[in-house]
Design a protein around this ligand. Sequence first.
Ligand code: F6P
Length: 326
Amino acid sequence: MNKIRKIGVFTSGGDSPGMNAAIRAVVRTAIFYNIEVLGIKRGYEGMINGEFMDMDRKSVANIIQRGGTILKTARSMAFLTPEGRKEAYDQLKGAEIDALIAIGGDGTFTGAKVFGEEYDFPILGLPGTIDNDLFGTDFTIGYDTSINTVTDAIDKIRDTAESHDRLFIVEVMGRDCGLIALRSGIGVGAESIMIPETKTDMAALMHRLEISRKDKSSKILIVAEGEGDSGGAFEIADKIKLKFPQYDTRVSILGHIQRGGKPTCMDRVLASRLAVAAVENLMTGRKGEMVGLIHGKIAFTPFDHAIKHHVEINKDLLKIVEILSL
Ligand code: F6P
């Protein structure tokens, strides 16, 4: 096993709150162990273009509380090609980077797996995505902040819903995954949630609305953006308007506010713990894995498992939405 002298750290794919806390912890841990760190800007794209920046203790001061990523992020098409990856490898070698820490989601880890195997390059990953859709960690960095943002936003929408006796259909993020919808749905007391993992039964939804308490003046239905059965928030709204013209039905799309903002303490602690573990374990020769937290303990999952294994939806949580929406 070769001694690691210089680590490159980068963020890639969609940003998530807590990425800065992770960058800070990678840099400070590396310095603690006398390892140099270079920040790689704009993910794989910056790697190909040699956009490297020196990172020292001070360069990560005062960022733990900031959303987004100081290293910026991108989705790279060039890195999908062998030529692009060769350029990236040459750049890393030129800068004497001998190990990488990749912070991102499934796209990031797909690239890390291919590159790591192609060039036998030591890489560990940190799960940075608001979607919480990676296998091998109970929570991803950014998820907690995101569900708190969603909860806060829907609480505000509820005020209007109550005041005007309205039914709101709120679309939240989650391209392939309904976990943001599920937890925030419980948090805001949604009447119903619609997610990609379960088939939305429109007839059942209509029935629930039919039998729901007539004295309940506001109703919140949450739909995850990736939910494909119903055609999305606006189509659901049209169907409801047709069947229940008495409801004043509105649609609200929360969009990218769900990805930004100050990370919660949970996300900062998670990011810090995972990043420290990543540096320490790169030093012992681990590679090709995502570092996660399972039942409160650091856990390692090979990149392809983290990406391909489907995160199961907790049926108990789904049931809670139903029971509590009486
Ligand atoms: O991967 C995180 C995510 O927030 C998804 O839930 C969402 O579909 C996607 O990113 C949106 O990405 P973009 O910023 O490219 O529109």
